[in-house]
Design a protein around this ligand. Structure first.
Ligand SMILES: Cc1cc2nc3c(=O)[nH]c(=O)nc-3n(C[C@H](O)[C@H](O)[C@H](O)COP(=O)(O)OP(=O)(O)OC[C@H]3O[C@@H](n4cnc5c(N)ncnc54)[C@H](O)[C@@H]3O)c2cc1C
Length: 357
């Protein structure tokens, strides 16, 4: 079995370490931060991810902690909506699980600890070199530098990945000009608290509201204040967290150079439409762990790069359609495309694509 260094203990690095340990590899996982972040960035866990995490016994723990969302309503005018029904998904996880990312990471790290591995915190990858059969990494723990030699290295070190930079890999794509805003709030409003809702409130303006706890919701919008996209009446009791972010759509040219692999945000980033980001990364490392165990790791890029590219393209297309500004294009979308999405076979195909099945 192989000795593997995983760089980064976000959801993707933690999943990678669990899968590798479970398949009897010798794993070191390092993380530059002293503690886990307590912010709830990604909140949607999809059916594909839950299927993949069954083998490590993580899925039941996630499901027990989260909220299953079975219906998502897309309100594209004050009177018109499409209801996307996830109940019909061909999976026993026929829902999108809503769980804040910090809770997902807590569950993953707890499982990793049960499997006998601790995250080496305050430890940063500085440099890496590789030969035909080894990778040597220079790491620094609170001012102390050391070199470690492993068979493989996985860069799960996020969008600003040092592993990607050390490999000299271009992150090909674009940055969208507009700022997005998210807010976690406690509120009551007129809609069903179990369902997700998307709103196109004005040409080019979109927002999403998802339940994340009792009376607690995540609002996201391509607008300076996510609260402004809420249709009245509503009653906000508390704004728990509010933050701005910008959107990049990028895929790395190669997911792999020799014995060094990229996964998660280090390899691909895209719009939050469809909630694939974290899920796609967790999927990357489940596939990689299997290739390292069963053989065929040389094919990791060939297998995962086209999927990453397709998802980045698909989520950009969804965003472009939802955020149309041209009045004629909006008319065509509302009169032809959206009604088509009500047809069961069209909806089934799209939903399967969105959740990665
Ligand atoms: C507002 C927002 C909402 C989102 N919503 C969703 C959603 O609903 N669904 C979804 O699927 N995705 C969503 N995403 C995306 C999701 O948060 C990311 O895709 C996910 O965090 C990627 O996980 P990761 O492990 O690849 O990277 P990260 O979570 O960025 O983790 C990388 C880790 O590597 C560490 N690190 C970096 N450099 C080094 C180094 N040199 N040495 C050691 N450690 C290092 C970092 O400290 C970090 O802990 C959202 C993102 C944002 C910002």
């Amino acid at each position: 079995m192989a000795k593997v260094l995983v760089v980064g203990a976000g959801p993707v690095g933690l999943t990678c370490a669990i899968e590798l340990v479970r398949q009897k590899h010798d794993v070191i996982i390092i993380e530059q931060n002293a503690t886990r972040e307590h912010i709830s960035k990604a909140i949607g866990i999809n059916a594909k991810t839950l299927q993949l995490l069954e083998a490590s016994d993580v899925s039941p723990r996630l499901v027990a902690a989260g909220i299953p969302i079975q219906k998502v309503h897309l309100h594209y005018s004050p009177q018109k909506e499409i209801c996307i029904n996830l109940k019909k998904l061909p999976s026993r996880y026929n829902f999108m699980l809503s769980l804040p990312q910090d809770k997902t990471e807590e569950i993953l790290e707890h499982r990793l600890n049960e499997l006998g591995i601790k995250v080496q915190r305050e430890t940063q990858l500085k440099q890496l070199h590789q030969s035909n059969d080894k990778v040597t990494a220079t790491i620094e723990t609170v001012g102390k530098t050391q070199e470690i030699t492993v068979d493989f290295l996985v860069g799960a070190d996020g969008a600003h990945s040092i592993v990607r930079k050390q490999l000299g890999q271009e992150f090909v794509g674009v940055t969208y000009p507009e700022r997005w805003n998210l807010a976690d709030v406690r509120m009551d409003w007129k809609y069903d608290a179990k369902d997700g809702h998307g709103f196109i409130t004005a040409p080019g303006l979109i927002g999403v509201v998802l339940p994340i706890g009792p009376d607690r919701y995540r609002l996201v919008a391509n607008h300076p204040n996510a609260l402004d996209i809420l249709p009245k009446p509503y009653n906000i009791h508390e704004i728990i967290w509010q933050s701005d972010f910008s959107i990049n759509c990028r895929v790395v040219k190669n997911y792999q150079v020799g014995r060094v692999f990229l996964a998660g945000d280090a390899a691909h980033i895209h719009t939050p439409v469809g909630g694939r980001g974290m899920n796609l990364g967790m999927e990357d490392v489940c596939v990689l762990a299997r290739l390292l165990t069963e053989g065929g790791w040389e094919n990791y890029n060939k297998l995962r790069h086209p999927i990453g590219k397709k998802v980045v393209h698909m989520t950009s297309q969804f965003y472009n359609v939802f955020a149309l500004k041209n009045p004629l294009a909006i008319k065509l979308r509302n009169c032809i495309l959206f009604p088509l999405m009500r047809l069961p076979f069209v909806q089934k195909k799209q939903v399967k694509e969105i959740v990665g099945l």
